[in-house]
Design a protein around this ligand. Sequence first.
Ligand code: GLA
Length: 416
Amino acid sequence: MENDNGVCNMMIMLELNHCMPSPALSPASPCREMFVTLSISFLVLGGAIGLDNGLGKTPPMGWNSWNHFNCTITEKIVRATVTAIIEKGLDKHGYKYVNLDNCWAASSRASDGTIQPNPTTFPDMKGLIDFVHSKGLKFGLYSDAGYYTCGKRQPGSLGYETKDANTYAEWEVDYLKYDNCETDGSKPEVRYPVMRDALNKTGRPIFYSLCETGKDNVSLWGPKVGNSWRTTRDIGDYWDKMISRADVNADLWPYAGPGGWNDPDMLEVGNGNMTFEEYKTHFSLWCLMKAPLLIGCDITKMSDDTFKILTNDHVIAVNQDPLGIQGNRTKQDGTNEIWQVPMKDGTRVALAFNRGDSASDITIQWTDIGFPNSASVNVYDLWDDKKMIGKFTGSVTAKAIPSHGVAMYQVEPVST
Ligand code: GLA
């Protein structure tokens, strides 16, 4: 299913390597503009940057069991989660995938080698998948490009790629997260395409999520293999861990695009160890970086604050924008930062981010976000229901951004 476009896009990405941005690169630089122009041309031509199996034209949205439930996940919990997704209307905001992570399978395969669900915790896997589909949602599973999954919790798919892909297709699985533990020591770029080809051969479109935690410059080869690729080690529900994952992922922005996304790991919003402002920042950065939005908390017990963050449609629209460009950081001044992303409608979204320990004013100059200083623009506050905060020329100052907080503005040029 790889096509000429995929290969061609890859070559352009590689040629652009010499333009890889330093964090301070202005989006208005020649390299940036060339990249944006090329991306737009390929979108117009209908090309996809990632594996062209028709999936992931925008980053996937859904829920994954790992960050909250780890190995305590059961069919009962997943059914309750599905019910909560529907009752709370999360699907209406775009959250469609219900993904099981590690620990869903029995510790050994059936006598004919077929992978089998854990009979105690997942007594009726096909019934569960049918239930998910009956609610208009999609279903994902987890496996590993090694002999076992991480922690040796269940058999991996190395050597069983075709058998497992066929089983998943038969069960009507829609998404596969593929980890990189307990391997034979060969490079991931050798093992991951084997499962890609096996999935493609089933004829069922299955979103292919590479989880080899950023090894061997995965952003260079990932687009030809998967619909997303982890760029980082595991996230945790702590500010330092979350923000360090964002920092690693940020510089890889040229490699993401429709069909294939950099993945800085799943969301921790709502798991309890960060403040409301920190979770807002986490979500804003993931949306601006076009990261997969996989909720990682217990949806059945979601607080109002968590719901408010995860269902901000204005911020989600940045993530799901069809232009599909990953935003980048264009300015660092001590602990004050500016990030930006161009949108398909010609607007840009600016993120003023205060990494410091006390509140700070941050001024966004138009040149920080790719507009000339002479431009007159309308500015809308995405965390305040996209209210227009005024018409400005040259810059706008976000006042008293709290510690570890952000202001996220959509900036629309207007003719004077
Ligand atoms: C790895 C992955 C995590 C999760 C666990 C499960 O650490 O990076 O996202 O899937 O394995 O064991």
